[in-house]
Design a protein around this ligand. Structure first.
Ligand SMILES: [Zn+2]
Length: 409
């Protein structure tokens, strides 16, 4: 079953007044500033007071029932059980050390989880209901629920400072997330169970609500899918009856996440006081034979593709064999120049690695279960939107074979 894709829409266009943040093809969603220039990462403005309001609709589909709980349907206890599952999914992300969304070091950065009783309070398909309120809905239909889609998250970002939607304050920067909504399928094509209900008889065949929520909330924070199999942000859900990682505990509220998920949110929201996760490995993925790229179309006049675009670059802890982070090689940009055009030179940048470790780096083509189409937020459109120079993002290059070099000098 596929997990949902994110639908992003740019908000109204205002003048941009400053250069953009550096970005080089990490597994985060990208926004093209209205003013042109390099793509920027999508993220919340954590300098605002309680930047992330959050609420959920207690309107639940009852015919057919799609949300399975231990508590009786249509009871106050059922709502509490679902709300606890939502809170646990948020707590996974806010339990990651080394981020400004860390609930311990930065309490209050995420607002209270409130309830709204009405159905259809998430941004609808025509995007006429983008209200700046971040909502989870279980009883709202969507044309996005095509075959295999279990849940959908829409993230609305500003493409220029000053852009606003609904009650959200105007954006401080291009790429700022203004609204995030998650809708769960409600047509009986899939059922979802809270952790308590998943192992019961009635929960057989149901998907783990906590795993799916944790994945969707990763999109809220600005993450695209990950090509790391174990990652919560992998585009495919665990099979019915199964869940990812370990259930959260008081000591490990982020037990559902993988190290790749943790690295991703640290990269988006680095804690300035973090002295551990400050390592970076940068490089390029280049073909052994540069003529292999010679026949690719130019992204824009005068440019050429000089490196592999869209290679999955993975950092592995050499001592433990654990995957710590995955990213994509593909492009680089001079972020200090607002009119800069991306260079498709195969650059990659793995950030926020724990220091004091040795790492292996490997690159592989996106030819497995996760396909290039699963990463449109990070790889779909890297070319400036209103550039005077027409620019076409190259197709993801899967025409190479990974090769392990012999160890040693
Ligand atoms: Zn997803």
């Amino acid at each position: 079953m596929t997990r949902p894709t994110k639908l992003a829409a740019a908000a109204a266009i205002f003048l941009a007044t400053f250069a953009t943040q550096p970005a080089s093809g990490y597994l985060a969603d990208l926004t093209l500033p209205a003013a042109g220039g390099c793509p920027v990462l999508e993220r919340w403005d954590i300098s605002a007071a309680q930047p992330l309001n959050r609420r959920w609709s207690t309107s639940l589909p009852l015919a057919p029932v799609t949300i399975l709980t231990v508590a009786a349907q249509n009871s106050a206890a059922q709502l509490t059980e679902i709300e606890n599952t939502i809170a646990a999914a948020f707590a996974a992300w806010s339990g990651v050390s080394g981020t400004t969304f860390n609930a311990t070091n930065y309490p209050g950065v995420i607002g209270p989880l409130t309830r709204v009783s009405a159905a259809n309070v998430c941004s609808n398909d025509s995007e006429s209901n983008i209200d700046g309120l971040n909502t989870i809905c279980f009883n709202q239909s969507s044309a996005a629920f095509t075959t295999g889609v279990l849940a959908v998250t829409r993230v609305i970002t500003a493409n220029a400072p000053g852009a606003s939607v609904g009650s959200a304050p105007p954006a401080a920067f291009a790429g700022q997330i203004l609204d995030a909504d998650t809708l769960f399928r409600n047509d009986g094509q899939a059922t979802f169970a809270t952790p308590g209900a998943l192992s019961t008889t009635q929960g057989q065949g149901a998907y783990d609500l906590e795993s799916l929520l944790t994945h969707e909330l990763g999109h809220w924070f600005g993450l695209d899918h990950s090509a790391v199999w174990r990652a919560v942000m992998f585009p495919y859900a665990p099979p019915p009856g199964q869940f990812l990682g370990t259930r959260p505990s008081a000591n490990a509220p982020d037990g559902q996440l993988s190290d790749d998920d943790r690295t991703g949110i640290r990269m988006l929201y680095p804690d300035p006081n973090d002295a551990v996760n400050v390592g970076a490995i940068r490089g390029q993925v280049l073909p052994a034979n540069p003529f292999a790229l010679a026949t690719l179309p130019q992204p824009y006049p005068g440019a050429s593709v000089t490196g592999i675009f869209g290679a999955h670059v993975v950092a592995v802890d050499a001592a433990t064999g654990s995957v710590i982070a995955g990213t994509f090689g593909g492009w680089s940009c001079n972020s200090s120049n607002p009119s800069a055009m991306p260079q498709f030179d195969g650059s990659f940048d793995v950030e926020r690695l724990p220091v004091g470790h040795n790492y292996w780096i490997y690159a592989e083509p996106l030819v497995g279960l996760a396909q290039p189409g699963d990463f449109t937020g990070a790889l779909g459109n890297v070319c400036p939107s209103n550039s005077a120079t027409p620019c076409t993002t190259p197709a993801v290059d899967t025409n190479f074979n990974p090769r392990a070099l012999p160890d040693g000098p």
